[in-house]
Design a binder for this molecule. Structure first.
Ligand code: AMP
Ligand code: TRP
Length: 336
């Protein structure tokens, strides 16, 4: 019986790069939703270290961030018993499949990707070939697990389209090999905005640290950053495009407490922003502080983390290699 339900569960694959500290945006927009999916889907959550090295990383920081990201996944509620959590470079099939898929991808397709255009204009003359090929590695990540759904933010939708194109092209050229995945954007997909410029997405790459809240920011810093968050002179807690700062804080409070926007409008009617902002800050602290403590504990228990990522890599490898062997065979490579 149990096996039957296992078999019909749809597969979800997603990943985050260990290239910087995670923000409240990453948490509310990605991680918190991943946790909700774990009971209904067969989920693979990857730490995509090979993606992170498409731009220069200090080796020491990359090591630290990779382990910290795993600890954050677990502390946020991703259950190692229910999910496959692993480090991308531990499953060599990702790199191998990426090469095979690179040979079925056009340079034109890759150079048209918005993220590549943005990043390459930023890095000027020293753009690595890895940055151009980066989406193909993402295609490999997804296709190796025959994923049905891929939870991603809007910025990754173009890479998902490419994944579908390449999968379809390969299937047509070599007979059916890959499931064609769908992007998965949760119904109430939360997008958290910059606290200082609320028309921009909250991002760790902002120059002003008051613009973002990091998952690991100490409670007092969180309180200060929310106190400093830009609002307006209207003085009413209202979910309106004319009040982007307030709207964003309401989104955050709603995502954390489950309150609807109407309920929040009612609750703070005629009160200005002081108590509202305090409540936002306390809701964030109440959510993040236990996670931060858990992350700290986990990072002191390297043996436990090692156990999780080794077990994860083993499970992932088992699935990935099956697809890789299929690809190799269809392309005409001799099996060893
Ligand atoms: P990134 O840090 O941009 O690589 O994104 C990792 C994941 O977090 C992706 O699924 C993004 O869509 C999500 N994410 C990043 N920033 C935000 C934000 N400000 N609001 C909501 N989701 C976000
Ligand atoms: N490129 C994604 C990002 O920057 C991370 C990623 C890599 C990913 N491989 C993936 C996301 C596969 C979903 C599925 O956010």
């Amino acid at each position: 019986m149990e096996n039957n339900t296992e078999q019909i569960k749809k597969v979800i694959f997603s990943g985050i790069q260990p290239s910087g500290d995670l923000t409240l945006g990453n948490y509310l927009g990605a991680l918190k939703n991943w946790v909700k999916l774990q009971d209904d889907y067969d989920t693979f959550y990857c730490i995509v270290d090979l993606h992170a090295i498409t731009v220069k990383q200090e080796p020491k920081n990359l090591r630290r961030r990779t382990l910290e990201l795993l600890a954050i996944y677990i502390a946020a509620g991703i259950d190692p018993e229910k999910n496959t959590m692993f480090i991308q470079s531990h499953v060599p099939a990702h790199s191998e499949a990426a090469w095979l898929l690179n040979c079925n991808t056009y340079v034109g397709e890759l150079s048209r990707m918005t993220q590549y255009k943005d990043k390459s204009s930023k890095y000027g003359n020293s753009i690595s070939a890895g940055l151009l090929n980066y989406p193909v590695l993402m295609v490999a990540d997804i296709l190796l697990y025959q994923a049905d759904l891929v939870p991603v933010g809007k910025d990754q939708k173009q890479h998902l389209e490419l994944t579908r194109d390449i999968a379809d092209r390969f299937n047509k050229a070599y007979s059916h090999t890959f499931k064609i995945p769908e992007p998965y954007i949760p119904e109430n997909g939360t997008k958290i905005m910059d606290l200082q410029e609320p028309n921009k997405k909250m991002s760790k790459s902002s120059d002003n640290p008051n613009s973002f809240i990091l998952m690991m920011d100490p409670p007092d810093i969180i309180r200060k950053k929310i106190a400093r968050a830009v609002t307006d002179s209207i003085g009413e807690v209202k979910y309106s495009d004319e009040q982007p700062g307030v709207k964003n804080l309401m989104t955050i409070l709603g995502a954390l407490t489950g309150a609807s926007m109407e309920q929040l409008e009612q609750k703070y009617l005629g009160q200005g922003y002081a108590q509202f902002k305090k409540d936002v800050a306390e809701a964030i602290v109440a959510e993040l502080e236990p996670i931060q403590n858990k992350v700290k504990d986990l990072l002191e228990n390297k043996t436990y983390l090692e156990e999780i990522y080794k077990k994860g890599a083993e499970k992932a490898n088992y699935v990935a290699i099956k697809t890789l062997r299929k690809m190799q065979k269809k392309i005409g490579l001799i099996q060893k």
